[in-house]
Design a protein around this ligand. Structure first.
Ligand SMILES: NC(=O)c1ccc[n+]([C@@H]2O[C@H](COP(=O)([O-])OP(=O)(O)OC[C@H]3O[C@@H](n4cnc5c(N)ncnc54)[C@H](OP(=O)(O)O)[C@@H]3O)[C@@H](O)[C@H]2O)c1
Length: 289
């Protein structure tokens, strides 16, 4: 185990989070000094899906720890679409609320196609609104999806070059894969987007200097998928029966080939939560200008 750590760089979120949190605390303090209130993150939770309850609690704790105002608005799983929508409308109209997050997944009677338009794009800290994806595509400054932006901040912290390199993003979801590819392309990478219909995945991913994996399949990416020395970012999160977390990348085999690799846990996950809080502060600063 220790042998590969001598050659492979472990891209831990810890030092990135420490340094970015210090900067974020300073922004929050300066916002509060100027506007006599703290930036406020509101989270809407429908139902009692256990992981969602855990994630929502963690977001509340982190927000409060960093000095943000926070509120959680809980609804029973049987709540009507109209009832939850009415709360979002109130939060959209409330000038003391800067960021709004609807915790996914929601019960089946809520349709994602409708939900993505509910939160005002100025307050949509998850950046799922179609207008925000459009802004990202066009390169306009706006809120950007937390996980892909967190990955970029992680790469920047470790001074991993992006421009001119071949990047492969495995996965094309609207919340991770697609915005990830756009962000890499806007930083001058040559981007390959792979997905479930990609033929001969190992020969595609082996072209990449930078391999970002967001598929939701435990240990899908093994040594044979990785170009020697490549930087590999594992977005996937899986919890086994014993509660142990692992990713979409087979850490053991890939660590023998990759030049750098993110751990699970302790890699992309903490970057995503931090970016959510950074997005809340960005939203507060932008609306108060
Ligand atoms: N660390 C974090 O903070 C964080 C944040 C968000 C998500 N996640 C995790 O990241 C993973 C992906 O999330 P997501 O929301 O993007 O998932 P998703 O919406 O299910 O999308 C999965 C993507 O992977 C592709 N895919 C599935 N099987 C594949 C295969 N065998 N080969 C190549 N591509 C394949 C799918 O292709 P098609 O489009 O062809 O179906 C799809 O584009 C999950 O484990 C999730 O829990 C982690």
């Amino acid at each position: 185990m220790l042998e590969f750590l001598e050659t492979m760089q472990l891209l831990s979120a810890r030092p990135v989070v420490e340094s970015r949190e210090a900067a974020l605390r300073a922004r929050i303090a300066s916002f509060e000094a100027k506007f006599s209130r703290k930036p406020h993150l509101a989270v809407v939770l429908v139902g009692d899906d256990p992981p969602s309850v855990i994630y929502t609690t963690k977001k509340a704790q982190d927000a409060q720890r960093l000095g943000l105002a926070h509120s959680t608005h809980r609804f029973a799983a049987t709540s009507s679409v109209q009832e939850v929508r009415a709360k979002i409308d109130l939060l959209n109209a409330d000038p003391s609320v800067d960021g709004i997050l609807i915790q996914r997944p929601l019960p089946a009677h809520f349709k994602e196609r409708d939900l993505v338009r509910w939160v005002d794009p100025k307050k949509d800290v998850d950046a799922f609104h179609p207008e925000l994806l459009g802004s990202l595509l066009l390169g306009f400054p706006s809120l950007i999806s937390c996980t892909p932006l967190g990955v970029i901040h992680l790469l920047e912290h470790y001074k991993i070059p992006i421009a001119g390199r071949v990047a492969c993003v495995v996965g094309r979801s609207a919340i991770v894969g697609k915005p990830m590819a756009i962000l890499l392309q806007s930083r001058d990478a040559t981007v390959i987007q792979a997905h479930s219909k990609t033929k001969d995945l190992p020969s595609v991913t082996r072209q990449a200097d930078l391999l970002i994996v967001a598929v939701g399949k435990r240990a899908l990416i093994r040594a044979e998928h990785v170009k020697p020395g490549a930087v590999v970012v594992d977005v996937g999160i899986h919890r086994d029966a014993a509660g142990k977390l692992s990713g979409d990348v087979d850490f053991e085999s890939v660590s023998n080939v990759a030049g750098a690799l993110t751990p699970v846990p302790g890699g992309v996950g903490p970057m995503t939560i931090l970016t959510l809080l950074e997005n809340t502060v960005f939203a507060a600063e932008s609306s108060s200008r």
